[in-house]
Design a protein around this ligand. Structure first.
Ligand SMILES: NC(=O)c1ccc[n+]([C@@H]2O[C@H](COP(=O)([O-])OP(=O)(O)OC[C@H]3O[C@@H](n4cnc5c(N)ncnc54)[C@H](OP(=O)(O)O)[C@@H]3O)[C@@H](O)[C@H]2O)c1
Length: 225
């Protein structure tokens, strides 16, 4: 068991929540960030208040994100790993028929909040020779007609691989997680025959638990069908 501290954005549902629960079973202390406090508290109740802190945060608000990171270090004394997972899709697909206001929100979350999360946690990860993980998507590896969401995940993947090379300079690690379709609230309709959030949590914990000399740079997980 480890006593390492993992900060997760988007920890209130889906992939982030499943990862929180699995990481707790692997001995990680958790800082849980998302906007819905009641959902974060459910996770804290499940893993115990000594092991996790609920930090209701809109990660697109720089000041809120900074406070959450500060509170994490205040409670646990350090940060060993960060999972930048919060992300959103779009109601209106494509470029011609897309909604620029929706693109703003998507870019604020999928691009800018990812950058801020990395920028603001890096000094803490440097101290622990820590690990930064990103939920990108298989949509960030393939071409999809007019997809602005897909383009945001190309950013996430590209940034993650660049960050891996920056962190390597001081012994840090960075992992890009690329899921195919996962049955979460991301979709309006259930996707019972696709991946489960736990499948992605398994991949994240595998990368986290790799020995320090081994960096898992990227994991792609696809539904078998
Ligand atoms: N489901 C898929 O098929 C799939 C495939 C590939 C990649 N992904 C990626 O996986 C990640 C997680 O998505 P999911 O499928 O697990 O869907 P989800 O259940 O909808 O999770 C999204 C998470 O992001 C959080 N979030 C949204 N806006 C936020 C904000 N402004 N500040 C803080 N947290 C915010 C949500 O919490 P609150 O609403 O409480 O803030 C929630 O915890 C996303 O990056 C998504 O793009 C999903």
């Amino acid at each position: 068991m480890s006593d390492k501290v993992l900060l997760i954005t988007g920890a209130s549902s889906g992939i982030g929540r499943a990862t929180a629960l699995k990481a707790a079973k692997n001995g990680y202390k958790l800082a849980l960030l998302a906007r819905r406090e009641n959902k974060l508290k459910e996770v804290v109740n499940e893993v115990g208040a000594d092991n996790a802190i609920a930090l209701p945060t809109d990660v697109t608000k720089l000041e809120e994100l900074g406070k959450a990171i500060h509170k994490t270090v205040e409670k646990f004394g350090k940060i060993d790993a960060v999972y930048a997972n919060a992300g959103k899709g779009l109601e209106k697909a494509g470029t011609e028929h897309g909604d620029p206001r929706e693109w703003d929100q998507l870019i604020d979350l999928n691009v800018k909040a990812l950058l801020w999360t990395a920028k603001m946690t890096m000094q803490h990860l440097r101290q622990t020779k820590g690990h930064f993980l990103i939920t990108s998507s298989v949509a960030g590896k393939i071409y999809l007609p007019g997809s602005v969401y897909g383009a945001s995940k190309w950013f996430a993947s590209g940034f993650g691989h660049n960050l891996a090379r920056e962190m390597k300079e001081w012994g840090g690690r960075c992992t890009v997680i690329c899921p195919g379709m996962v049955d979460t609230d991301f979709f309006d309709e259930p996707k019972p025959d696709k991946l489960k959030p736990d499948d992605i949590a398994d991949a994240v914990v595998f990368a986290l638990n790799a020995p320090h000399h081994s960096t898992v740079r990227e994991i792609e997980v696809m539904p078998t069908n």
